[in-house]
Design a protein around this ligand. Structure first.
Ligand code: MCA
Ligand code: AMP
Length: 500
């Protein structure tokens, strides 16, 4: 292929021939990381408030010791380990140790309720769980009594580690739970090659250098914080400041105190930063990346006016890590997500405009669900993203909607079907539909449309308390409308576009 004609060519630095770049050259992230750590062991790499800075050498030693403990507890290549905890150096050490050993990490949202954990435990069949919340630790121990449940400190007996970092690119590394286009949450199987290609493509495209320092305020249980923020930092040989949660002050204080150069966030974070009187301090960063939900052109403009920041918007998915990005060098177009990242092939389905993708970053299939996997790919191996897009004459992608039913609130995905099923189990509810209502801060908020049982008029608080223990708080409706009936088409499907 003529390198200049590649749709991803825009992302390569001048002088680099895209055809010469092998995204899988380092085989796996653990193998690549081990090389970085050996090269300059005293370089600071991760910081959290409790631990302070740890160096590359510390990380090499601590992850080896942690891998020994996991091995000593009987965990072997291919075993699944749930990770559900706030961001910390301890959590990173445990996660990296699992990957070095060939275990399969299963990151799980720390807000999940017992029923949501029960589904994941039943599906992934994990042998261990690393959790920081005592209540969730208890639930997990009850759900699977034979499972080893430990805190991120891995309070297990010390044991010698076997040889580490020996995985093949095709070996599974991570199950990312997501509902994909339909139905119940499924584990997207990401291989070591997928994780490496996902991090390597953004390392190249965003010119991520060892001197860079990221303020990482995203949780480490979703692909944005984990597969991009953490994995990319370690692959670039760069450093990151880990925060346990987000607030504009915490981000700006960390950026100042640690001389940061990078920030990655969801649009809700940028909306809160734009409202802060300190927004101008963002200008000290060399790059601010936005994604997980649409960044409005208006917010893009406000950030530029207030802080001189031209946010770089990109588009990704759990199943594919990062797919498309605005260019580092060149125009960052507000309201667009840009061009396919290095190694990603993209096209739009002729009939629907659905975004279809292929590449070394695209997952291997859904865990133990061959039918769902088959449905997710077409005959030529293109993965159907469920997002609808349009390309301008230069090949720049604008997302214009979704074919899949999904509400994105604060960068977190909510599958209406799951909430509707839970609402329908309330005795005062005859029928329910859930939609996303546009919202300036959250992007979308969850709205419930309820057909009450005869003579009943359930209120929002009744519905929310009914969902306690069943769905994480962020999935609870923020608004409620009582209606006589739901608009349905001839096939009985609710016509959600008529609900507004
Ligand atoms: C918190 N709450 C939410 C959300 N987060 N409600 C709806 N949507 C949310 N995302 C609830 C809290 O439970 C609380 O409920 C109330 O809102 C106010 O909480 P607050 O303290 O304001 O929230 P916060 O703790 O500051 O969290 C907001 C946040 C957080 C920082 C934006 O949601 C967040 O970190 N989002 C990022 C998620 C993420 O990493 N997404 C990437 C997915 P109550 O008032 O009832 O107590 S990966 C992905 O999408 C792909 C790969 C990609 O492209 O990146
Ligand atoms: P997840 O299932 O959590 O991996 O979420 C992936 C979905 O988030 C994608 O399929 C898109 O619908 C959405 N998404 C991610 N980045 C963007 C973006 N920059 N603009 C619009 N939607 C996005």
């Amino acid at each position: 292929m003529n390198a200049a004609s590649r749709a991803d060519a825009v992302h390569f630095p001048a002088g680099v021939d895209p055809d010469e770049v092998d995204l899988l050259g380092e085989v796996s992230l653990p193998a690549a990381w081990a090389r970085r750590w050996a090269a300059k062991p005293s370089t600071p790499t991760l910081w959290d408030a409790e631990t302070g800075w740890v160096s590359r050498g510390d990380l090499a030693r601590r992850t080896k010791a942690a891998a020994g403990r996991l091995f000593g507890a009987g965990l072997r290549k291919g075993d699944r380990v749930v990770f559900s905890a706030a961001a910390s150096v301890d959590l990173v050490v445990a996660h990296v140790a699992a990957l070095r050993l060939g275990l399969i990490a299963v990151p799980v949202n720390g807000a999940y309720q017992r029923a949501e954990l029960a589904h994941i435990v039943g599906d992934a069949d994990p042998r261990a769980a690393v959790v920081d919340d005592p209540e969730r630790a208890r639930w997990l121990a009850e759900l699977a009594p034979e499972m080893t449940v430990v805190s991120p400190r891995l309070d297990l007996d010390d044991a010698a580690a076997p040889s580490l970092d020996l995985m093949d690119s095709r070996d599974p590394a991570l199950l990312g739970y997501t509902s994909g286009t339909t139905g119940v949450p499924k584990g997207a199987v990401l291989t070591h090659g997928n994780l490496l290609a996902g991090a390597e493509s953004v390392r190249i495209a965003w010119r991520w250098e060892p001197e860079d320092r990221l303020v990482l305020a995203l949780p480490l249980f979703h692909m944005h914080g984990l597969g991009v923020g953490l994995h990319g930092t370690l692959l670039s040989g760069a450093s990151a400041v880990l925060l346990r949660g987000f607030s504009p002050d915490a981000v700006l204080d960390a950026a100042n105190a640690h001389d940061a150069t990078l920030f990655f966030g969801v649009p809700t974070m940028y909306a809160r930063l734009a409202q802060s009187p300190r927004v101008g301090e963002l200008s000290r960063l060399r790059l601010c990346v936005a994604g997980s939900a649409p960044l409005s052109a208006e917010l893009h403009r406000r950030l530029e006016e207030a802080a001189g920041v031209r946010a770089l918007e990109r588009y990704g998915m759990t199943e594919t890590i990062m797919l498309v990005s605005n260019p580092h060098d060149g125009e960052r177009r507000a309201g667009t997500v840009g061009f396919p990242l290095p190694g990603v092939e993209m096209r739009l389905a002729a009939d629907t405009g659905e975004v279809l993708v292929r590449g070394p970053n695209v997952f291997a299939g859904y865990w133990r669900r061959p039918e769902a996997t088959e449905e997710a790919f077409d005959d030529e191996g293109w993965f159907r993203t469920g997002d609808l897009g349009e390309l301008d004459e230069a090949g720049c992608l604008r997302l214009r909607g979704r074919a899949k039913e999904l509400v994105i609130s604060g960068g977190l995905n909510i599958y209406p079907r799951e909430v509707e099923d839970a609402l329908r189990t309330h005795p005062d509810v005859n029928d329910a539909a859930v939609t996303g209502t546009p919202d300036a801060q959250w992007g979308e908020i969850v709205t419930a449309w309820i057909v009450p049982a005869s003579g009943k008029s359930p209120q929002l608080d009744d519905m929310r308390s009914h969902l306690d223990g069943v769905c994480a708080d962020f999935k609870h409706p923020r608004r409620l409308h009582l209606v006589d009936e739901l608009p349905r088409n001839a096939l009985g499907k609710v016509q959600k576009h008529l609900l507004s």
